[in-house]
Design a protein around this ligand. Structure first.
Ligand code: ADP
Length: 273
């Protein structure tokens, strides 16, 4: 395979030196679990406001990329930069030293993640789910946090559920609350990990509609692992097709879905479309 196969679309990443205008840079990132190499010298970058979809067979490393960005995993080799700053290290004077837990917590605040399982706090109302972290982590006043919660519930179409508990909501409604909760932290980056795969088919469309609205009405940078190819086509600026921890092909949705070049991409698309 030529080295250029592991590069993303030319607009955002086709050089060996990290692009300082990018919000997210993966520079020669290797992730291993024991003997298993999950990400293999991965290079890609994401510009501010870009919406990137990660597709590819199960086990190709997509979720690991999101988990690395959430600092739920550490890189084995290579560097991840977010906003030009490395994730694994922090500055002390003019030196870089390994990141402390409190530094990582602060970095994590700028990134929201929505998982396959909704992970709402089950014993709190929807309102409390949305205001807890803004009040306790960002230090927002109750009133401001409440106003933000109301605005976001309106965005996800659930204003009437503000005093409900998660158990009183359908899976699709819970996932819409989870999206609102992530947005309540005003993250710069939103990571979405197969957010519709645990839902009954009739609930998928509502969640995807909400994400379309988020994409259209905010300039939030989105990284999205999905098997919903229609959504990937509609919402993303760029699609990265992964295979065995490398980018097999990258391009605009119309290129990847309309005219894929790589046999692996064609085979994958045949299996999901
Ligand atoms: P994808 O999201 O593309 O399905 P993942 O990133 O979830 O792929 O996983 C890539 C590979 O890494 C899989 O083979 C998975 O079993 C393995 N893996 C992921 N997390 C761990 C872990 N914590 N320990 C061991 N292996 C893991």
């Amino acid at each position: 395979m030529p080295p250029s196969d592991n590069r993303a679309a030319p607009a955002a990443a086709d050089t060996d030196t990290p692009d300082t205008g990018s919000l997210i840079v993966f520079d020669q990132v290797v992730k291993r679990f024991g003997d298993l190499t999950v990400l293999d010298h991965l290079d890609f970058s994401v510009a501010p406001g870009e919406r990137v979809t990660l597709i590819g067979p199960s086990g190709s490393g997509k979720t690991t990329i999101l988990r690395l960005l959430m600092t739920l995993e550490k890189v084995t080799e290579g560097t991840i930069l977010v906003g030009g700053e490395p994730f694994s290290h922090m500055r002390r004077g003019d030196r870089l030293v390994p990141a402390s837990e409190s530094y990582l917590r602060a970095r994590r605040k700028t990134i929201g993640m929505v998982f396959q399982q909704f992970n709402l706090f089950p014993n709190m109302t929807v309102r409390k789910n949305l205001t807890e972290a803004p009040v306790h982590v960002l230090g927002l006043g109750k009133e401001e946090a409440n106003a933000r919660a109301e605005e976001l519930l309106d965005l996800v179409g659930l204003s009437d559920k503000i005093d409900a508990h998660p158990t009183q909501l359908s899976g699709g409604q819970q996932q819409r609350v989870a999206i609102a909760r992530a947005l309540a932290m005003r993250p710069e980056i939103l990571l979405l990990d197969e957010v519709t795969s645990a839902l009954d088919p009739e609930l998928v469309a509502g969640v995807l509609d909400v994400l379309r609205t988020v994409a259209e009405t905010t300039d939030i940078t989105m990284l999205c692992v999905t098997h919903e190819m229609g959504f990937a086509r509609d919402v993303s600026n760029r699609v990265l097709m992964f295979d065995q921890g490398r980018i097999a092909e990258a391009g605009a949705p119309e290129e990847i879905f309309g005219d894929p070049k790589e046999e692996r991409t064609k085979a994958f698309l045949r299996s999901v479309l």
